[in-house]
Structure formats: C-alpha cells, structure tokens
Ligand binder design. Structure first.
Ligand code: MLT
Length: 398
C-alpha cells in the first residue's frame, strides 16, 4: 500500500496566488465589460532587455548548428554565468568563487528544494507576514515552524532575540510582501544570532535589484562572517524580467559547514552540489546565455531602465496613498506597496471590495500570515496607464 505524505493534509487548500487567480477568473467571466487592473501577483509586464533577447537568439542559432550544439550542461550552471555573477557581486562589495554559485530555474524552486539538505528535525523560523513558499514547503516536510512578528512598530522588520529557538531562518530583504529592507546593522544582528545558535539563514534576495541606496545591503554577504551561516537565494524574475523565462541562482559559500551527529564535517556547498546533480539537469543553455547578458554591463544598464519604470509606478502609487492619508510600507526599495486597508476593513474584505467595486486586483495581506491581516499588497509591475488608472479609481472611491 502506498502511504501518502500526510503532511499535505496540513496545507491550506490552495497556493495563495492560485486562489486569487481563481477568484479573478470568476469575476472576469461574470463581468466581461469591466477593465480589470492587475496589481496582485508580482509579475513583470515589460519585455526582456534587448541585449538579453539578442543573446538568447544567438544561442538558439548555436543550438541549430552541429559544431555549436550543446546537450546536457553542468547541473550547477555554465561557468560563463558564474563568472558574470562573480563580477556582479564584486560591484556590490562581495567576493565569491564561481563554485559557490548554482544556477537554477528560479528562487521559488530553490527555496523549496534547499530544504532537502536539512533534517526534518530542524525548527524553522519565518517572519510573519511571509512569502508563502517558505511555510508551505516546510509544512510538506512536517517541520516545526515558529514565527517572528512583523508589525508596524518594527517596520515589518522583525529582529532576533534570545527567546527564539530556531535552526533554519528564512529572511527576505527587500521583503516580499512588505517591501521593507534590513540595514546592514540589522543583518549583522541576524548573523550574530545564527552563529551563536549554529543556525543557518536562508536569505532571499530576489528583490535586491530594487535597492538604490548604498546603506541597504543587496546581499547578506556584505556582513562579515555571513558566509559561515547563510545561503543566499536570488532570481532574475524581477531583476531582468525573467518571470516566464525562468532563471535564478543560489549561493552556498564554501565556508558554510556543519557537523553531523558522528562528527563528520558536512560542507553545505558539497551537499547542494550532490542534491542538484542528482535531482536537476540544469537550466537550458539558451536561458543561461540570456542570464549572462542580463549581468553584463549593457544588461545591467538596460534592466536598470526597466526597474526605473517600475520605481516610477511605485512613486505614483505612493503619491495617491499619501494624498488619501493611507498608511503604507515599502515602495522605495521594492516593487511592493504594503498598505493598510482603509476603514478598518479586513484583508480579504478589502480585496473583494477592490475587485468588485473598482476592478483592481491586489493581494490580501492575510494570505501572507496572521500579521498581514488588515493589510493589502499592491505591485508596481503594471503598465503606466494601468497604474495611473488604478490610482484614479482609488482616489475617487476610497
Ligand atoms: C509574488 O507575487 O509574491 C511573487 O511574484 C511570487 C513569486 O515570485 O513566486
């Protein structure tokens, strides 16, 4: 008899963004005349940068010629992308070895897959509100999860304290969903906590490219000693508009080691390499050429212009909320604006109000955890016209 993984019984019925998609599809079907403005899932709308497209086209041509055709590539990615990333990190003050970088099909997959190298006995610490993937992937493994609370008082940036007992810590900065970003001093506290408790930090830096202020770290490795306690997960989804193209990377430093029960020293880099070579066949060559181009000087420039377009959307949104006197977080180092629901509405109540009365899709804060109740997340990834129109609708009706 096949025994199922009964931990799945402990999951919510559906993944947050699938639940929202179902609700929106129903609304669209029933209201075909309404122009729905989508500010829910953080999906980009601008096309790939020209330098990325050119690199991928060239790679397609190579794949069609016997002499340059490639079959299986290295599971951890081609060195040409590792090298591009080493240079990218160096610009932000972090020195990495190429063998510390693993190319993947995105940070969402790696956030879940990385749990393979940790025992199910670990206690997992997640901030609340939180990107639901951290929670659900650990529920699937039956792990104990503890929460640290993000509140308006701590600017949705919870900090460690000695009462917390945790082995694996998820941090996301700039944060999804709140848009809040840790300073270097705050990350130093988390690193100190992890080192003191022999814990490992899983640092999700998927939104690093939105940071423009030199005081906000774009990588946890700007903190000295972080390489002894942190894995960094990142993605090209938002940096270079790869939500549909799929490419990400995970950094596992060689300095990150833990002792097994029998005293064997386990290098997490080697474990992750073993996991990836066993369960993953790598990202397509064509996509990796696109990724390499995104991190080239020209790529960073072209992608930067795209990011600036989204930042301007965020500014337009913040202006409207300021006018209406609505409190919000984020929007500065992040494409997300985490707004308080007006008139004391609950998250789902406000979500329904926005959808049904204004034909705007947001993401209810409660979908990111208990502490998200009373908040709603809007994204700045829409078109300029859509963003302006949504703000006009909100200005008139809230
Ligand atoms: C979000 O909207 O939270 C993200 O787009 C989801 C993701 O990156 O998987």
């Amino acid at each position: 008899m096949a025994i199922m993984n009964e931990n799945y019984c402990n999951l919510k019925e559906s993944y947050l963004f699938s639940q929202i998609a179902t609700k929106v599809a129903k609304y669209v079907k029933e209201n075909p005349d309404k122009k729905v403005i989508r500010m829910g899932i953080g999906d980009v709308t601008l096309p790939l940068a020209p330098v990325v497209v050119a690199a991928m086209k060239k790679a397609v041509e190579e794949m069609g010629v016997k002499e340059t055709f490639r079959g299986y590539g290295p599971e951890q990615g081609y060195d040409f992308v590792h090298e591009a990333l080493v240079k990218y990190y160096a610009k932000h003050g972090v020195s990495l070895e190429t063998s510390e970088i693993f190319i993947s099909d995105g940070a969402k997959s790696d956030c879940g897959n990385i749990t393979d190298i940790f025992s199910d006995d670990n206690v997992i610490l997640v901030p609340d509100p939180v990107y639901p993937v951290y929670v659900d992937t650990n529920i699937m493994r039956g792990r104990k999860i503890v929460y640290v609370k993000g509140t308006p008082e701590n600017n949705f940036l919870p900090m460690p304290d000695d009462s917390i007992k945790a082995d694996v810590i998820y941090l996301c900065s700039p944060n999804n969903p709140t848009g809040a970003a840790y300073t270097k001093a705050q990350l130093e506290e988390w690193v100190a906590y992890a080192l003191k408790n022999d814990a490992v930090i899983l640092y999700d830096a998927a939104y690093e490219a939105f940071v423009t202020n030199a005081d906000i770290p774009r990588s946890i490795y700007v903190v000295e000693e972080a390489k002894k306690c942190a894995i960094e997960l990142c993605s090209l989804s938002k940096t270079a508009g790869f939500t549909g193209t799929r490419c990400g990377y995970t950094v596992v430093p060689h300095a990150l080691k833990r002792k097994a029960g029998n005293g064997t020293v386990m290098e997490l880099n080697k474990m992750w390499l073993r996991r990836q070579t066993t369960k993953f066949n790598g990202v397509p060559y064509i996509i990796q050429r696109g990724a390499e181009a995104a991190f080239s000087e020209q790529g960073v420039k072209e992608c930067g212009e795209i990011l600036e377009f989204y930042r301007e959307n965020a500014r337009i949104m913040m202006e409207t909320l300021d006018k209406k006197g609505i409190k919000y977080f984020g929007g500065i180092y992040s494409p997300y604006i985490w707004m308080q629901c007006p008139n004391g509405m609950g998250s789902w109540e406000f979500f329904d109000y926005l959808l049904e009365k204004l034909a705007i899709v947001g993401t209810p804060g409660a979908g990111f955890g208990e502490m998200g109740e009373g908040y709603l997340r809007l994204t700045a990834f829409g078109s300029r016209e859509g963003t302006i129109e949504a703000m006009e609708r909100m200005e008139r009706s809230l």
